[in-house]
Design a binder for this molecule. Structure first.
Ligand SMILES: [Zn+2]
Length: 406
């Protein structure tokens, strides 16, 4: 049994009638996203395109059944549907927006690949038609910005010229004489797609009739994938939607920055410079404030046993850096010890003037062992982080007790 492939001769056939030659219940196929029972149908003729050559399958209706997947099984095409058609003679209908989208991306790919090859000597080694973006992998040196733009412009020029896209048949030898580079494994008469004056490629896929129907090609990012260069692109309706989406992003960003979309780079550079300047100023002010607070703290503390001057504070509402600034300023004085915790994130900092003679690292580890957390440091300066920030006050109390005991 061989299914006649209507799309070979007319890729614009959206509705057709066919006879069901074979119908059987198939088990679920979870890997293909099919979780319930489905029916596999083989028709005598079909316009449904099966997944192959980088192009996804068509969807649509066969009688009153919904098409879930279409697979190429050699001579036959298998349609997976969600119910058994009530009549062996079926009216079929292809989800046309989906198919047209695929044909725009696929024909655009032929054209774009041809431009990279002809103009810049970069052959396409693979093609993927995705749900949002399509990609081709180019082999060779990294395509520069000029090459990416050059291939895009050349492809669009041919789109604007609205050249015919023809289906041609011939043997591999005949196509080779016409300049087809692609090695073809299939024997006998082959099908090739010709974009007049631009490209001839063996291909069993579906394509638009004239380049104008591709609409436009937009080349997007280019990234390195293993040894090749993966170029993202969109054609036709996708290009229209993506251009609209890009503009909306620009407009929203411009609104946030209170500038015109064309000034967005300059405005964001100004905003970044301002942020960096503010950050420096903030650090400077934090240092000055922490020094002043350290002086006040020292004045208010009466030296305890061994002349130690211990400050113990849970600080709130200040950046974590502040703990470091305060501790550094405080332990400049002889016999000073600072035990600090940040209420928000459970940051702990224990520091001493070396004359205090304790071991901050050991103290921190001992406290963390009791309350839970991680950290470490030197004899004079140790930092840690509590698993539970709510333990901040308790940690400092424990540290003070341990200092008093040891
Ligand atoms: Zn093709």
């Amino acid at each position: 049994m061989t299914t006649r492939r209507l799309y070979y001769d007319d890729a614009f056939e959206k509705e057709f009638t066919a006879r069901v030659m074979h119908c059987e219940v198939l088990p679920p196929d979870v890997s293909a996203g099919i979780t319930g029972s489905v029916w596999g149908l083989i028709l005598d003729r079909t316009a449904f395109y099966p997944t192959s050559g980088g192009q996804p399958n068509d969807l649509g209706k066969i009688g009153d059944a919904n098409v879930l997947d279409v697979r190429d099984e050699g001579n036959e095409i298998l349609h997976l549907v969600d119910r058994k058609p009530s009549d062996p003679e079926v009216n079929c209908c292809i989800n046309w927006p989906r198919r047209l989208d695929h044909m725009q991306q696929h024909t655009g790919q032929h054209l774009l690949s041809a431009m990279f090859q002809e103009r810049f000597g970069l052959p396409t080694v693979s093609f993927h038609l995705g749900a949002e973006l399509s990609t081709i992998d180019l082999r060779g040196p990294e395509p520069t910005k000029e090459i990416l733009e050059g291939a895009e412009r050349a492809a669009n020029q041919i789109i604007f010229e609205d050249r015919p896209v023809n289906v041609r048949y011939g043997t591999a030898d005949e196509f080779a004489r016409l300049g087809v580079r692609k090695e073809v494994e299939r024997e006998g008469i082959l099908r090739a797609i010709e974009i007049e004056g631009a490209d001839l490629q063996p291909c069993g896929g579906t394509h638009v009739k004239r380049t104008g129907q591709i609409g436009v090609v937009l080349v997007r990012r280019c990234t390195k994938v293993r040894q090749d260069w993966r170029v993202e692109f969109v054609c036709g309706g996708r290009a229209e939607r993506m251009a609209r989406h890009d503009f909306e992003l620009l407009r929203d960003a411009a609104e946030k920055l209170s500038c015109a979309p064309e000034d967005i780079v300059a405005a964001s550079m100004r905003a970044i410079a301002e942020r960096d300047g503010n950050f420096k100023t903030l650090r400077g002010l934090q240092e000055r404030l922490s020094e002043a607070e350290a002086v006040l703290a020292l004045q208010s503390i009466t030296p305890g046993a061994g002349g130690l001057r211990i400050v113990s504070r849970v600080v709130e509402g200040v950046p974590a850096d502040y703990l470091g600034f305060f501790a550094t300023a405080f332990v400049k004085s002889e016999k000073a010890i600072a035990l600090l915790a940040a209420e928000e994130d459970g940051h702990l900092l224990f520091a001493q003037h070396s004359s205090a003679g304790k071991d901050m690292n050991a103290l921190l580890k001992e406290v963390l062992e009791k309350v839970g957390g991680k950290g470490g440091g030197t004899r004079d300066f140790a930092r840690g982080r509590l698993n539970d920030a709510a333990q901040a006050a308790r940690s400092l109390l424990l540290a003070k007790e341990m200092l008093a005991a040891g």
